[in-house]
Write a protein that binds this ligand. Structure first.
Ligand SMILES: [Zn+2]
Length: 609
C-alpha cells in the first residue's frame, strides 16, 4: 500500500464512524483536497467537535502576527456550507468580509467551503504579499494555513488535525508533525496558523546546527537555486545564531522557499514584491529566481530565523493570544520583535567573525541614511500603535532601520553602564529564559521591568529613544568604541549625480519624486515628468543610457532638462553635483585604551553567567 492509498483509506474511515466528533475529543478535523488543483481552488472540509450555541461565527483571518498589511482572507471564499449529521444543509449567512454566521451551530456535523488562492484571484485592492499569501501553481502549492483555514472565536485553543490529499510524486514541507494516522496535528488554531505548508516539485535538504534539525524545501524554476545551495548559505549564519544564543530555542526548523522568474513578476503584480515571513518553527520566502540574488538570502535567513527568540520566546499577551480580526494596536513592542531581531541578525554575524567591523558599520551607515527618509514623526512605540493607518503604513519600514539602530545604541548604553559585562544580548537572553514560549510578558509593564533588571538610566533611554523619537547621537555612541563618525564627505565614487530621485511616471516617462541633499534648486518640482535631458528624449526604458551620458560628465557641468508639469512644458538649466557620502564611520586603530577595551567587549559574545 503506498502513501496515497493510506491517506485515501483514512479519509474514507473519517467520513464514517471514526471521526473525531465520535471520539469525544475537542479536535477540529480538516481536510484539503489538492488531488485536482487545476481549478485553482482549495476545497476544504471541516469536521468540528461538538459546537456550542456560542459558536455562531466562522471567521477567516483579517490580520496575522508578523504580517503588517490587511489580509481579509474572507475575500477569497467562493462558497460556504454547513451540514448536520443527516447531510441536511444548515442555513449560513455571510455577515461581513470575514464572517459566516451559522444559524444552528449545535447541529453542525460538517463545514465545507471553497477558497481561492491569493496569487491570481480576482482581487485588485490590498494585494497580499506572496510570502504571506496562498498559491496554487502548476509546479507547487503554498498553503499559508491562516489563509485557507478559519476559526471560531472561542475555540482557537482547541487542537486541530489536517489531512492533505495531493500528488504523491510531490514533496511536502512543513514544521507540523503527523499523528499515527498520517494527519498533521496542531495543538491549537494558533499553532496551525503559525505553520505554513509548501508542496510541489521541490528540492529537499537538511543539516544539523547545534541541537537544531534544519530542513530546507525549495521550489525554483532555475537549477542553480536549490535546497543544497540554501542550506550552504544558511549554515554559516545559523552557526553564528547558535553561538549568539548558546542554546536551541527550537529543536527543529523548516525553511519553505518558492522562487519566481522574471516573466511571472512581469505578468502578475503580486510578484513585484518579494520577501519572507517568520513563523515560530519555520519561515516562508517568496523571492526572485536570480542566482545573483543568492548572497542576499543569508541576511534574510538570519533575520527570519532570529524571530525564534522574539516574538516566539518573548512577546506580550496581545501577540500570544492574537486576535486575527483586527490589527494589533495595543501592543507596544514592535521595537523588540523587529528592531532587536534585525540588530541581532547583524551583530551575531559581527561577533562570530562573518562580518568585519567595517562591514558592520557600513550597514549601520546605510540604516541611518534609509531611516532619515522616513522623517522623525514616528517613534518606535507610535509605529507599534499606528502601523496600519494610512500614514503609518508609509512609516512602517523604519522599524527595520530605526528599530535596529536603537537596539544597537541600547546595547552600547548597557555595556557602558555595566563596565562591559552585560549588554543587550545578555539582558535579552535573560528575559527569554524568564518568559519563553508559554509565558507572555505584560505589555504595559514590560518597559518598567526592563529598567528594573538593568539600570535607572535605561528609563531615560526608553523614554527618549523608544517612546519618544529624540535623534540618536551616532558620534557619541560610536566614539565610545573608538569609531569616528563623519556626518558627510565627498564620495570616493567620482561620478556626478543629478541630485534628483526618480520613479516610473505616466506614459513610460521618468517622474521626479524627490531631491537629494546635494540638489540645488533650479525650479524643478516633485511630480515633474522629464521629456528631454541632454537634448535626448527621456523615457523610463532608456534611463540607463542617460545615466551613462551623465557618468562621463563632471560635477558643476550644466545641462538642459525639459519637463512636463500638468499641461505645461518647461525647460530648465541645471547643474550636476558632486556625490556625497553621509553618516560614515571609520574605525580608529589608535583609539584610547578605554575605547579599545569596550570595542573588544562589544565585538564578542560575552560569557553568560
Ligand atoms: Zn522580522
Amino acid at each position: 500500500m503506498n502513501i496515497w492509498q493510506t491517506i485515501l483509506f483514512i479519509s474514507i474511515l473519517s467520513l464514517g464512524t471514526l471521526n473525531s466528533q465520535d471520539a469525544g475529543e475537542n479536535i477540529f478535523s480538516y481536510k484539503i483536497n489538492l488531488e485536482y488543483y487545476a481549478d485553482d481552488i482549495f476545497h476544504v472540509t471541516c469536521y468540528p467537535p461538538k459546537l456550542t450555541s456560542a459558536d455562531t461565527i466562522y471567521n477567516f483571518v483579517a490580520f496575522a502576527p508578523g504580517v503588517h498589511q490587511v489580509l481579509d482572507f474572507g475575500r477569497y471564499v467562493k462558497s460556504f456550507y454547513a451540514y448536520d449529521t443527516k447531510g441536511e444543509e444548515i442555513t449560513v449567512e455571510n455577515v461581513s468580509t470575514n464572517k459566516w454566521k451559522i444559524s444552528n451551530p449545535t447541529e453542525v456535523h460538517k463545514i465545507k467551503y471553497d477558497i481561492e488562492d491569493t496569487f491570481d484571484a480576482d482581487v485588485e485592492e490590498d494585494l497580499i504579499y506572496p510570502m504571506s499569501g496562498t498559491g496554487i501553481k502548476d509546479e507547487y502549492i503554498i498553503i499559508n494555513t491562516q489563509g485557507v483555514i478559519g476559526y471560531f472565536d472561542e475555540r482557537k485553543s482547541d487542537p486541530v488535525t489536517l489531512d492533505i490529499i495531493y500528488n504523491t510524486d510531490w514533496e511536502i514541507g512543513t514544521a507540523l508533525v503527523k499523528n499515527d494516522n498520517g494527519s498533521y496535528k496542531a495543538d491549537s488554531y494558533y499553532h496551525l496558523a503559525d505553520s505554513p505548508i509548501l508542496l510541489g516539485n521541490l528540492t529537499v535538504s537538511s543539516t544539523k546546527i547545534g541541537n537544531i534539525d534544519v530542513e530546507a524545501y525549495v521550489y525554483s524554476p532555475v537549477d542553480e537555486i536549490n535546497s543544497d545551495k540554501i542550506i550552504e548559505l544558511a549554515d554559516e549564519v545559523l552557526n553564528s545564531a547558535y553561538e549568539f544564543t548558546t542554546f536551541a530555542p527550537v529543536d527543529r526548523y523548516t525553511f519553505l522557499m518558492y522562487f519566481f522568474d522574471k516573466e511571472t513578476a512581469k505578468n502578475n503584480p503580486i510578484f513585484r514584491r518579494a520577501g519572507a515571513l517568520e513563523h515560530s518553527y519555520s519561515s516562508t520566502y517568496a523571492l526572485p529566481a536570480m542566482p545573483h540574488f543568492l548572497p542576499h538570502i543569508a541576511g534574510i535567513i538570519a533575520h527570519e530565523f532570529m524571530h525564534i527568540l522574539s516574538p516566539l520566546n518573548l512577546r506580550s499577551e496581545f501577540i500570544a493570544n492574537f486576535d486575527y480580526s483586527k490589527p494589533t494596536a495595543e501592543d507596544r513592542h514592535l521595537w523588540l520583535y523587529e528592531g532587536v531581531t534585525e540588530w541581532v541578525s547583524k551583530i551575531m554575524q559581527l561577533r562570530s567573525g562573518l562580518l568585519t567591523i567595517d562591514k558592520y558599520m557600513s550597514d549601520i551607515s546605510k540604516k541611518i541614511n534609509s531611516s532619515e527618509r522616513f522623517g522623525n514623526d514616528y517613534s518606535l512605540t507610535r509605529l507599534s500603535a499606528e502601523w496600519f493607518t494610512e500614514e503609518g503604513k508609509t512609516k512602517y519600514g523604519n522599524i527595520y532601520q530605526l528599530g535596529a539602530l536603537t537596539a544597537g545604541a541600547l546595547d552600547l548604553r548597557l555595556l557602558e553602564l555595566s563596565n562591559g559585562k552585560r549588554g543587550l544580548r545578555e539582558v535579552y537572553l535573560e528575559l527569554i529564559g524568564k518568559y519563553g514560549k508559554d509565558k507572555p510578558f505584560n505589555n504595559a509593564a514590560f518597559f518598567d521591568e526592563f529598567v528594573e533588571i538593568t539600570y535607572p538610566e535605561i528609563k531615560d533611554f526608553i523614554d527618549d529613544y523608544i517612546k519618544d523619537n529624540k535623534p540618536l547621537h551616532y558620534d557619541e555612541i560610536y566614539n565610545k568604541l573608538g569609531i569616528e563618525y563623519i556626518e558627510s564627505r565627498p564620495s570616493e565614487n567620482k561620478t556626478p549625480i543629478f541630485g534628483l530621485r526618480f520613479t516610473e511616471g505616466e506614459d513610460g516617462l521618468i517622474k521626479i519624486n524627490g531631491f537629494s541633499k546635494e540638489h540645488k534648486n533650479f525650479g524643478l518640482q516633485e511630480g515633474d515628468h522629464i521629456l528631454e535631458i541632454f537634448g535626448t528624449e527621456a523615457t523610463w526604458a532608456n534611463s540607463d543610457s542617460l545615466i551613462a551620458i551623465k557618468n562621463e560628465m563632471n560635477p558643476g557641468d550644466e545641462y538642459i532638462i525639459k519637463v512636463k508639469r500638468e499641461d505645461e512644458e518647461l525647460e530648465f538649466t541645471s547643474e550636476l553635483v558632486r556625490r556625497m557620502d553621509y553618516h560614515v564611520f571609520e574605525v580608529n586603530e589608535d583609539a584610547h585604551d578605554e575605547h579599545l577595551k569596550l570595542r573588544e567587549q562589544w565585538s564578542k559574545n560575552l560569557k553568560l553567567n
